[in-house]
Design a protein around this ligand. Structure first.
Ligand SMILES: [Mg+2]
Length: 420
């Protein structure tokens, strides 16, 4: 008679007084955490740990079905702690269900499974653009939980900002025509913290000064063909700034992102060359980062364009290495000069043996192919140490320098770089 056992039906709330230790999480009275696990013992253990950390009133939920039902009937959670292994729908199906419901809070995954299974599920949740705080391996300890909660930032919650909706093609077209999508610059540094190049990141501020995230407009640009005009607009604006910095005496290269969609246009290399020469910048001062967000549909055309870009002197960089399409195969075919290792194999790599193996082997592969290696997503001193230890040439990430508006980047140059 399950219904008679309060431990066995529906969602329960724990209710022990707040032992708050005073961080941003603990002081939020309305902070709603749900723990989802089929194992009663785990539910009570995890809720007890949360209580010792000052979070009372966790919702205890015994299955993925119940969780999704609760969300469907209007429950809003700030943080979900979800077990991957559950009978009925499992953790991966829960992730999919949360994504389908535009779940806006934070998510943590836990499991007794192999660490790599947890990591894969975490990547999946990130791919669905859920706000993933991290993973916990069983048995969960208060230390583990404390570290996880310290990553919680209410500003990341999508309850506080509109959901990411793809922009309309005509709106995007107009923004591109008016050069409203502008370049930000993020330094790539060598191990002595000297700038080697700066990557251009497209930023779009709407009329209310809110940033429209690239995920809301890059895929639209790629689907509609606007990507051609967008790439050229951002390229032109960045080269204009870059030529000013070269004239001031700074020595570094400019790195601009291009899409595989750009390679459909045979005149693309000529268009870039024309813009560069208009600003008196030589092509060999420019790196083009190719993100393999989609398959190269027409390989012959793609290789034609890439070869001509190289012949004109542009350097080619393979972006997000390890996550794109057939990266290995392309390494063999395309004369890349630089390999950028995706943040998935960089950030927190010191506590992730599988990611660490990929970081190491990508770095040594690139060295054998005489390519410059760049580690993306270096956010902590540990990340910096890890990538320097495996011998990455260049380092990019928030730890040393974030993407900056042109004026900001120029002041950064003044403080952090010497003129030659
Ligand atoms: Mg890039």
């Amino acid at each position: 008679m399950e219904g008679h056992n309060p431990m066995k039906s529906g969602i329960r709330k724990t209710g022990i007084s707040n032992l708050g230790i005073g961080n941003s999480v603990n002081n939020r009275r309305d902070f709603d955490v749900a723990i989802v696990d089929d194992d009663d013992l785990m539910l009570s253990q995890v809720s007890l740990i949360l209580e010792t950390l000052g979070i009372e009133n966790s919702h205890l939920i015994e299955s993925g079905e119940e969780l999704l039902l609760a969300i469907d009937s209007g429950s809003k959670f700030d943080l979900l702690i979800v077990d991957l292994n559950m009978p009925g729908i499992d953790g991966v199906e829960v992730i999919r269900g949360l994504a389908a419901r535009n779940y806006a809070g934070a998510l943590a995954l836990f499991s007794g499974e192999d660490y790599r299974v947890l990591k894969t599920a975490e990547c999946l949740a990130q791919a669905y653009e859920l706000n993933v705080l991290g993973t916990l391996s069983k048995p969960v300890t208060p230390d583990q939980m404390g570290e996880l909660l310290s990553k919680y930032d209410p500003a990341d919650s999508r309850y506080t900002r509109p959901l990411v909706k793809p922009v309309r093609g005509d709106v995007l077209q107009e923004a591109v025509q008016k050069d409203r999508i502008t370049p930000y610059f993020q330094p790539k540094l060598d191990r002595n913290k000297k700038i080697a190049s700066a990557e251009v990141l497209a930023r779009w501020q709407d009329n209310n000064q809110l940033f429209i995230p690239p995920i809301a407009f890059i895929p639209v640009a790629e689907d509609t063909g606007i990507i051609q005009e967008l790439t050229l607009s951002v390229f032109k604006q960045s080269v204009a700034h870059f030529s000013r910095w070269l004239a001031m005496g700074y020595k570094f290269k400019l790195a601009v992102n291009i899409s595989t969609e750009n390679l459909k246009e045979l005149t693309f290399p000529d268009q870039l060359e024309e813009i560069a020469s208009k600003y008196h910048v030589s092509c060999d001062q420019i790196i083009l980062e190719l993100t393999e967000s989609r398959l190269m549909e027409n390989l012959v055309k793609g290789l034609d364009v890439l070869s001509r870009l190289r012949l004109k002197g542009f350097a080619l960089s393979i972006d997000d290495f390890g996550t794109g399409y057939s990266s290995m195969e392309h390494l063999n075919r395309i004369p890349f000069n630089e390999l950028k290792i995706d943040r998935a194999f960089v950030h927190d790599v010191h506590q992730d043996p599988a990611a660490s193996a990929i970081l190491e082997s990508s770095t040594s592969l690139a060295k054998k192919l005489r390519m410059v290696t760049v580690a993306e997503g270096v956010e902590t001193p540990e990340d910096w140490r890890s990538v320097v230890n495996v011998g990455c040439d260049l380092i990019q990430g928030f730890y040393r320098a974030k993407p900056m508006a042109p004026e900001q980047f120029e002041s950064w140059l003044v403080t952090n770089s010497k003129v030659a």
